[in-house]
Write a protein that binds this ligand. Structure first.
Ligand code: HC1
Length: 568
């Protein structure tokens, strides 16, 4: 332990603690910008400088470890003025049109500027007016807003192992670009949006589709149906002052009904359906010598990753479409027929925690209903913006239930939103299908939590089913290399693109730190407990769907509507 004095307060901390961390311990809040609690220390922006007694130069508190007896001043006139000067150099290069910026009101630079009491930008702006990259369906980059903090590069390279963006040139000329290319669509970006979640400003954001939704809601010739993904209900509240981990399902349904959606349905329903199809596919592969381990297929960023980087392993990926896409295909076929609505008049909107879902919806093959199965995808953040724009007060809304039939789901569908959830849901069903016995303890705790790599083995009659769960694409790479080398001794592997699973998706409220993700995960399992039925094969509407329409898992209709193929 070492003893230091910060602004004349004694603080005892472990050796190796940084000044920034030591100050936090006593609630001294040093400003930061390139620093992110889940990332490596960068020491790029220098906004966190402090004075250390006996030293001529300032020290960057994020990357300076404390020494015993150190005396630190975080708030002298000299420090405040130096910080303001640093801010001037950042602001002069930043497109400061805050009023129309996507991050207006939720921008770290804007907040810091206010906290440091910046009243003017002293020098002429030198913003280059570079083109805004809107080359793909998911993500927009505005390089004129970029403050070159390096957070996006770190998450793209070190967490996702993708490396779609990089720092080019040096010093004043440094730019963050898709390598040597101009556009994100020219490189192997998987559209996961993790860069968005760590960007302190509005330099990267989702392609906004809000206006398209307002427009279809006005169109009286359209029957507009919406589905809500499992992870949205445990995070949206954060945009409205609810504590992380608050469950606001009924309020979201109430809002969507209030603004005119004809039906509000639940993606948890098709998550249940996915379990039936995917579980059947797994058992079919096991019995018939199919390719194992089988890999899950519901996370579209992950699908883009394996298509780009390991196309030779695509045969391992389940052919099941994601729940989002199953929902679209069924809405424009089964639902349309059952309720006598012409599918050409149906508009399917999805609310997803994910930016890659926008690109998934427009994949060429996602039109098995004869139309584009899912028409418009909004992120959780876009839903939040619509709520704000409508001026409806989320907290005042009385909770409303989902519509029938696609509003009936089980706890197994709900847990899809957290890493390990798809696998746990699958095991709850596969166990009972294989053994014919009731699974008493349905919680597979070994598969829960934010760890990057989890595994379990479950005895089913004479068979030991071995499974693994990874989240974050860097970890997917590890497991894919194991498969290539014949070292992945598993039957089934769940891969989720985003760290923490969909609760950590690239369309979720910002900030989306590990601490917040843990709360969202807790909430997902609380949603699970709240359901009367917690196993997908006991979902009465799923069973009715098979009776009335699909007939059997992996049958002809299922293949036509619920399964897909990949690009290699
Ligand atoms: Fe997901 Fe899924 S869980 S992929 O994370 O399988 O986005 O929430 O909707 O489709 O159900 C996302 C979440 C989501 C699908 C389901």
């Amino acid at each position: 332990k070492v003893k230091v004095f910060i602004d004349n307060r004694e603080v005892i901390v472990d050796e190796g603690t940084t000044i920034l961390e030591a100050a936090k311990k006593v609630n001294i809040n040093i400003p930061t910008l390139c620093y992110h609690p889940d990332q490596k220390i960068k020491g790029i922006c220098r906004i966190c400088i402090v004075e250390v007694e006996g030293q001529k130069n300032f020290s960057a508190s994020c990357c300076t470890p404390v020494r015993d007896g150190m005396r630190i001043r975080t708030n002298t006139k000299k420090v405040r003025e130096a910080r303001k000067n640093i801010m001037q150099f950042i602001l002069v290069r930043h497109d400061g049109d805050c009023l129309t910026c996507v991050r207006n009101g939720n921008c770290e630079l804007q907040k810091l500027s206010e906290e440091l009491n910046i009243k003017e930008i002293k020098y002429d702006r030198i913003v280059e007016n570079l083109p805004i990259d809107e080359s793909n369906p998911s993500i927009v980059r505005n390089p004129n807003k970029c403050i070159k903090c390096g957070r996006c590069i770190e998450v793209c390279h070190d967490v996702q192992g993708v490396g779609a963006i990089d720092a080019i040139n040096r010093s004043d000329d440094l730019k963050i670009l898709p390598g040597l290319y101009e556009k994100i669509s020219d490189v192997a970006c998987v559209y996961c949006g993790q860069c968005i979640n760590v960007c302190p400003v509005g330099a990267i954001y989702e392609k906004e589709d809000i206006e398209r939704v307002w427009d279809v809601l006005e169109d009286k010739s359209k029957h507009v149906v919406v589905q809500i993904a499992p992870a949205v209900r445990v995070s949206l509240g954060e945009m409205f002052g609810f504590k992380p981990g608050s469950i606001v399902t009924g309020k979201i349904v109430a809002f969507l009904k209030a603004i005119g959606f004809d039906k509000v349905f639940d993606t948890n329903f098709t998550a249940d359906l996915t379990i039936i199809e995917e579980g059947s596919e797994l058992l079919h592969r096991i019995k018939n010598g199919g390719k194992l381990p089988m890999l899950t297929s519901c996370s579209p960023g992950w699908i883009r990753y394996i298509e780009f980087f390991y196309p030779e392993l695509l045969g391992h990926v389940s052919t099941c479409k994601s729940p989002q896409q199953m929902f679209g295909a069924l809405t424009k076929t089964y639902y349309a027929q059952k309720f006598g609505i012409d599918p050409k008049d149906i508009v399917v909107v999805s609310i997803m925690p994910c930016t890659a879902k926008k690109a998934e919806a427009v994949r060429e093959e996602m039109n098995s209903s004869g139309y584009q199965d899912v028409d418009i995808v909004l992120t959780t953040r876009e839903l939040g913006k619509m709520i704000k724009e409508s001026r409806i007060q989320l907290e005042d809304l009385e909770e409303v239930e989902f519509d029938r039939p696609f509003g009936i789901a089980t706890g197994a569908g709900a847990i899809f939103g957290a890493t390990g959830g798809v696998m746990e849901a699958a095991l709850r069903t596969v166990y009972e299908k294989v053994t014919g016995k009731e699974l008493e303890k349905i919680e597979f705790t070994a598969l829960r939590g934010i760890d990057e790599y989890k595994e379990a083995a479950v005895e089913m009659d004479n068979m030991k089913v071995k499974v693994a769960v990874v989240n974050g694409l860097k970890n997917a790479k590890i497991i894919l290399d194991m498969i290539k080398e014949g070292r992945a001794d598993y039957h089934f592997i769940e891969v989720m693109c985003c760290p923490g699973g969909c609760i950590g998706g690239g369309g979720q409220p910002i900030p989306s730190t590990n601490e917040i993700k843990k709360k969202r995960i807790e909430a997902i399992y609380n949603v699970d407990i709240s359901y009367a039925i917690r196993k997908s094969h006991l979902n009465p509407v799923v069973n009715k769907l098979y009776e009335e329409f699909l007939k059997e898992p992996l049958g002809h209709k299922s293949h036509q509507l619920l399964h897909t193929h990949y690009i290699n």
